[in-house]
Design a protein around this ligand. Structure first.
Ligand code: HPA
Length: 270
């Protein structure tokens, strides 16, 4: 696996992905951030050696390299979900590649269901911590020492420094931003009312089907992580409605301007 990852990183370096500083994973409906990037390279996943190819609509599957707020970034437009059938090593493959490209800072984003009664649809939440309830751990199996240790410290999965920075940017811009714990389930079903209740009881504020494996693997490699969620539907007693992928995309899109503004300033000040 290490050799494959190295081969992919080398390919990307050879075509001009030089010294990127920050990796960004764009979640469902959050592709609008791309408009703010001075794009230098746009590579469909299927043109990248060893890259898995995404299948879900709304996840276009393109790797973007360019400049955002003065910083060189590598952006995944479309991610690999466990529920699509990918192995955890495939889900997290691009994060490993980012590290070998020299990236030390990762920003992930997603659309998710809110279970905190203070939340409403369209809210943006800084992920302050996570709960891994995926059925498989991305670090299960033989450890690759060249990436990181067998037992990974997780006392600060999301960089406090980055959380504080985003918090102050939101305050300065008079934007209401939420904070909370993200819990990952495998999906692809959305939660039943009883499952939403379970998620809340477990101590989470939001639930989704991604992000956590990527952050675990990034932490394995010593990367600094930051995460943003858009609350696209509510798993709150009395407020539970039918959810669809389309509704999630539309709700995420409605927060695009706010997210774009926050992210641009955030990246610029990192
Ligand atoms: N649950 C899980 N994943 C999601 C949700 C949800 O309610 N909304 C968007 N992604």
């Amino acid at each position: 696996m290490y050799e494959k990852i190295k081969e992919t990183a080398r390919f990307l370096m050879d075509i001009g992905l030089e010294k990127p500083e920050i990796g960004i994973v764009l979640g469902t409906g959050l592709g609008g951030i791309v408009k703010m990037i001075k794009i230098e390279k746009k590579i469909p996943y299927h043109d990248i050696p060893n890259f898995p190819v995404s299948t879900v609509s709304g996840h276009s599957g393109t790797l973007i390299y360019g400049e955002l707020a003065g910083k060189k970034v590598v952006v995944m437009q479309g991610r690999f979900h466990y529920y699509e059938g990918w192995e955890m090593s495939e889900v997290t493959f691009p994060i490993r590649v980012m590290k070998l490209l020299g990236i030390e800072k990762l920003m992930v984003s997603n659309a998710c269901g809110g279970v905190n009664p203070e939340f409403k649809v369209g809210d943006v939440m800084i992920i302050t911590d996570h709960i891994n309830m995926m059925p498989e751990h991305p670090l299960r199996g033989e450890n690759e020492e060249r990436f990181g240790p067998r037992f990974v410290d997780m006392h600060e999965p999301y960089s406090l420094k980055m959380v504080r920075l985003m918090r102050s940017i939101a305050i300065e811009n008079k934007l209401d931003i939420k904070e909370g714990v993200y819990l990952a389930l495998q999906g692809p079903t959305f939660e039943t009312p009883a499952e939403y209740r379970m998620v809340k009881l477990m101590g989470a504020d939001a639930v989704g089907m991604s992000t956590v494996p990527e952050v675990i693997v990034a932490k394995h490699m010593g990367m600094e992580c930051f995460g943003l969620s858009v609350i696209t539907d509510l798993g709150i007693e009395g407020k539970i409605e039918e959810v669809s992928h389309e509704a999630v995309q539309i709700a995420a899109k409605s927060s695009e301007n706010m997210i774009s503004k926050l992210v641009e300033e955030f990246i610029g000040r990192l």
